[in-house]
Design a protein around this ligand. Sequence first.
Ligand code: DG2
Length: 250
Amino acid sequence: TRPGTLVLLRHGESEWNKANLFTGWVDVPLSEKGRGEAARGGELLAEHGLLPEVAHTSVLKRAIATAELALAAADRQWIPVKRSWRLNERHYGALQGKDKAATLAEYGEEQFTVWRRSYSTPPPPIEPGSEYSQDGDARYAMLPPEVRPQTECLADVVVRMLPYWYDAIVPDLRAGLTVLVAAHGNSLRALVKHLDGMGEDEVVGLNIPTGVPLRYDLDDDLRPTKPGGEYLDPEAAAAAIEAVKNQGKK
Ligand code: DG2
């Protein structure tokens, strides 16, 4: 069997994307606009005849709801869905719950960009027991403390995401299935970096738009036949990428 097709989908706008707050592992819902983006993503899948046969999401409701809304719009609600904390957004440490514009104003553009996009510099760790920490959250109760992040840089996300890629997603692709991965800005940056073999400097400039499916066709070695894949709506993707880049600057 030829490998199946991989479709990546960042969740639609969340309430905290809308409010311009650093989110990370805080479990915020989609905004109304975000629910519309998710459904539009599903319509695009149907229009392109790209019907998922299995889906993978994080354990955060903005990705879970995006998968549900997109699959409903494509009339594929019946397919199996698997969830893992390994597809969660990057843990944003002490920045979780902070306003992006206020953070930019307080720390300056250089530090702000290092925190958002550098490959190997994590934000300061979150204070245990503070308002936006995930201490005591039942969904992470099975994780030993040493793998439960208090902050993460993108390099950390690559390390914790890849076991799920190899153990759960790759077998579905090897089985020839069309696989939907509904996840987050930075967990998808980590996956795209891996797929496209991007360097650490290159990935700094990579931004993933909300709600536009990104299609990857893969060769027998699971390498993309077209580097960067193909957005199903390139114009919407380009506009949404600009919006992500400029977050904080308004
Ligand atoms: C955003 C990404 O995550 O923010 O955690 O604030 O994709 O779940 O909305 P998402 C967050 P940036 O790294 O783009 O600032």
